[in-house]
Design a protein around this ligand. Structure first.
Ligand code: AMP
Length: 417
């Protein structure tokens, strides 16, 4: 059943508690905290406009960083209120508390269409503990609950779910914001009944991190394309040498089981046929843990099944990128989670960029492309292709858990339609 959204609410004159994801990157400049990237603030503007246009009195709650339950001035949300006012074109009130008399007075003093941002909810340890009295104090601020913070929806915290349960018990409705609605549509509904062929691209560091997603998507996909360091665990499981590549020897059976399941379900399961490898050179430096830092040198294509003992695999090779591009060109739905290689280093970004281009081209030909958050979103943006895919998730951990089929506390607490 679909979740209630802000489109279903009567909000005029009502106090609406809205959880947003304003965990923005900040740094100190000339004694002030400045926001480096306002993307997360901009992403909430459609929901804010939608609600304030209808006369809602909006009370926004968010966390910033990890203050561990203590008031930490450098993690105050005050600069975010200023930035939000600038971006929204209307002043936004700020209160330096999120519960208690001061916060209640500020919430109760709002007029229709006004916005108040509360101080960082993580200044209270009870937030992450989802403590009931604290959640009830948050609930006293509002009549209705909206969650637009998909990126925090995998956390069972007071502001992401405890407060919703209490508002609901007191007779108020709990709904998804427009951003949350889009996440649920693309990561949920669209993938439940995908247009076929449905291709899933999975990369990243570890098989163990992605195995639940692989397992679930094998029930839906027509083809799975594997890249990233996790491909080397498959290589090792097939009895090949992986040199110094990142592998999880304790997960060889996990990898083989995934292939057996794919075969049984008639899902094509493609592993890289070539890689970019490099030797490792001791830089003479030590990392924070006192371990020697090795730098990759002499990158080159390896077409052999084995990787030489002194080399590490860092990317998929050109033949693999070409094969994957061909598969994607024939797909009608594409889901991508995890880069094809260590794309942060330009020498090992080509495989990821080639796949990003193939996804963009397939999208231009009518395929739906869904980028499942985290590093794949970073990679698409790095390739300047962010506006050429159908949807990019704003969640990292939340997207992964949602794709695994794990219920997210911040979503389950919302009312059904
Ligand atoms: P994940 O968070 O599991 O999606 O993994 C993303 C990280 O895996 C990125 O920081 C990549 O640099 C890294 N990565 C992907 N492929 C490789 C590889 N072949 N060798 C080392 N690191 C890799």
């Amino acid at each position: 059943m679909a979740k209630l959204t802000v489109r279903d609410l009567e909000v005029s004159g009502k106090r609406v508690f809205m959880r947003v994801d304003y965990n923005v990157p900040m740094e100190e400049k000339d004694g002030r905290m400045v926001i480096n990237d306002s993307t997360r603030i901009k992403e909430t503007l459609p929901t804010l406009k939608f609600l304030t246009d209808q006369g809602a009195r909006l009370i926004l709650a968010a966390h910033l960083g990890r203050p561990d339950g203590k008031c930490e001035p450098s993690l105050s949300l005050r600069p975010v209120a200023e930035k939000l006012g600038e971006l929204f074109g209307k002043s936004v009130k700020f209160v330096d508390e999120c519960v208690g008399e001061k916060a209640e007075a500020a919430a109760n003093g709002l007029k229709d269409g006004e916005i108040l941002l509360l101080e960082n909810v993580r200044f209270h340890a009870e937030e992450e503990e989802n403590e009931a009295v604290f959640a009830a104090k948050l609930a006293r601020l509002a009549d209705l609950y909206v969650n637009d913070a998909f990126g925090a929806a995998h956390r069972a915290h007071a502001s992401t779910c405890g407060v919703a349960r209490i508002i609901s018990a007191w007779g108020g409705r709990c709904a998804a914001g427009l951003l949350m609605e889009r996440e649920l549509k693309f990561l949920g509904d669209e993938l439940d009944n995908p247009a076929r062929p449905f291709a899933v691209i999975l990369g990243g560091a570890k098989v163990s991190d992605k195995i639940k997603v692989i397992d679930r998507l094998l029930e839906k996909a027509d083809v799975v394309l594997i890249g990233g360091a996790m491909a080397y665990t498959f290589k090792l499981a097939h009895g090949h040498k992986t040199g110094k590549s990142l592998v999880e020897p304790e997960h060889l059976q996990t990898a083989l089981d995934a292939e057996v399941k794919a075969k049984a379900r008639g899902v094509k399961f493609l592993l890289p046929s070539d890689n970019i490898i490099a030797e490792l050179q001791d830089t003479g430096k030590l990392n924070k843990k006192g371990k020697p830092v090795w730098a990759p040198i002499n990158p080159r294509v390896n077409t052999a099944a084995d990787i030489p003992a002194d080399c590490e695999g860092f990317d998929i090779g050109p033949a693999t990128a070409a094969t994957y591009a061909l598969v994607l060109a024939n797909s009608k739905t594409i889901l991508w989670n995890g880069p094809m290689g260590m794309f942060e280093d330009p020498r090992f970004a080509e495989g990821t960029v080639a796949v990003a281009k193939a996804v963009a081209e397939a999208t231009a030909q009518g395929a739906k492309s869904i980028i499942g958050g985290g590093d794949s979103v970073k990679a698409i943006n790095k390739a300047n292709l962010g506006n050429q895919v159908t949807f990019m998730s704003t969640g990292g951990g939340a997207s992964l858990e949602f794709l695994e089929g794990t219920p997210l506390p911040g979503v389950t607490c919302l009312d059904e339609k």
